[in-house]
Design a protein around this ligand. Structure first.
Ligand SMILES: C[S@@+](CC[C@H](N)C(=O)[O-])C[C@H]1O[C@@H](n2cnc3c(N)ncnc32)[C@H](O)[C@@H]1O
Ligand code: SF4
Length: 387
């Protein structure tokens, strides 16, 4: 059950399901070596990944439309840098063996600062990676400790500089704000560090207390306070003001870039409703209005690939209503806004009220969030969808 390609840019996401330790706030599909035991390893994962990519390429070849060239690749996780430079080069070779890459393909890998080095970045550059995304989170040691991050405060900035020195023009730093115990001064120190690193992209996420995580248990027991909405809003405004003053402008509610060329094209593909193959345990794919998601456990994933076929746990063809909901949810968060023509009559009525409340502005043909609207983006989406 595959949809046909929709005509937009085509991307490939590869999920690396390994981390050295688990951060208490994170509920991503990732496993430590202790959790996996002998059931799966980076080697068995890479063999299965090769199998999945080959099967997907064969299935795509049977579609009416020729498989588009791959415009973007994003190796995420988990901790891709645990594979080392050679391991990540193998991943890229596995994609190349099965798909044709576009001439100016964007190839990103996420990396944890503590598992990088100048040699690692040199190897990635030679292999064909074009973009590095580093999980910095904070420059304050006590915040990193609450988050269970194992890198020292200075390591993320040093890694970003090493990546630049290795020839990476596009380097991102991820920040988390609103961690219990974070003070305004800690956030300022994080922003000073980000700006000192000279990166061309920053993602900043408010800390989400995900159910089932160690952080959620600590908050429930009263050991840590839950992030406060007013504090989160003030922190977001602070981040936006400082990044904007330094020449990094927002292009998605949680993402800032030094100009259009610095935006992450892979993520823009998701937000613009493009097509992508998600390979690896638990990865999600979307081609032509059909979505599927892989089995989550690396051992089960390898088994399923070994049985032949795609290792999907489920499939769904999006209904017109679901496509509409996705379009509104994603486009409204972009600085380019939501085309008013994409809204139905109820949505256009709601858009007028959102504009009257100062949460969005109306350009000739689009609805674009105001600064206040960005703080309340989820609420704006709800109002547009349930007028
Ligand atoms: C899942 S990680 C994968 C890359 C890498 N392991 C790292 O930690 O940077 C991608 C980003 O998601 C962020 N993230 C994960 N869980 C989060 C949460 N509960 N709230 C906010 N950000 C979160 C991470 O901090 C990281 O910057
Ligand atoms: S290193 Fe990244 S993926 Fe791994 S547990 Fe921490 S936040 Fe999650």
């Amino acid at each position: 059950m595959l949809g046909d390609f929709g005509g937009g840019p085509f991307g490939i996401y590869v999920h690396v399901p390994f981390c050295a330790t688990r951060c208490g706030y994170c509920d991503f599909n990732t496993y430590t070596a202790g959790e996996l035991g002998t059931s799966a390893s980076p080697q068995s994962w890479l063999a299965a990944l090769r199998g999945e990519l080959a099967t997907a390429a064969q299935r795509f070849a049977a579609l009416p439309t020729a498989t588009p060239e791959v415009a973007t690749i994003f190796v995420g996780g988990g901790t891709p840098s645990l594979l080392g430079g050679d391991g990540l080069a193998d991943v890229l070779d596995a994609v190349r063996a099965n798909f044709t890459l576009a001439a100016h393909v964007e190839v990103t890998t996420e990396s944890n600062p503590e598992s990088t080095s100048p040699e690692f970045f040199d190897r990635l550059r030679t292999a064909g990676f074009t973009r590095i995304s580093l999980g910095m989170q904070s420059a304050a040691a006590h915040v990193l400790k609450v988050l269970d991050r194992t890198h020292t405060p200075g390591r993320a900035v040093a890694a970003a500089k090493e990546a630049r020195a290795a020839g990476f023009e596009h380097v991102n730093l991820d920040l988390i704000y609103g961690t219990p115990g974070e003070r305004d001064g800690d956030l300022d120190a994080s922003l000073d560090a980000v700006l000192d690193a000279g990166v061309d992209h920053v993602s900043a996420y408010s800390l989400i207390v995900e159910d089932g995580t160690a952080l959620a248990r600590r908050v429930r027991r009263g050991e840590l306070p839950a992030p406060d909405d007013d504090v989160l809003a003030a922190r977001y405004e602070r981040i936006d003001a400082r990044l904007t003053a330094a020449g990094l402008s927002w292009y998605e509610v949680s993402n800032w870039a030094a100009g259009e060329a610095a935006a992450c094209r892979h993520n823009l593909g998701y937000w613009d409703g493009g097509d992508w193959l998600g390979a690896g345990p638990g990865a999600h794919s979307h081609v032509g209005g059909v979505r599927w998601w892989n089995v989550k456990h690396p051992a089960r994933y390898s088994d399923r690939v070994g049985e032949g076929g795609l290792p999907a746990a489920g499939w769904e063809a999006l209904t017109p209503e679901e496509r509409y909901t996705e379009r509104v949810m994603l486009a409204v968060r972009l600085c380019t806004g939501l085309p008013l023509a994409d809204l139905d009559a109820d949505g256009r009525g709601a858009a007028e009220r959102v504009v009257a409340d100062g949460l969005a502005a109306r350009t000739a043909d689009r609805l674009v969030l105001t600064d206040r609207g960005r703080l309340l983006a989820d609420g704006v989406v709800r109002r547009l969808l349930v007028p």
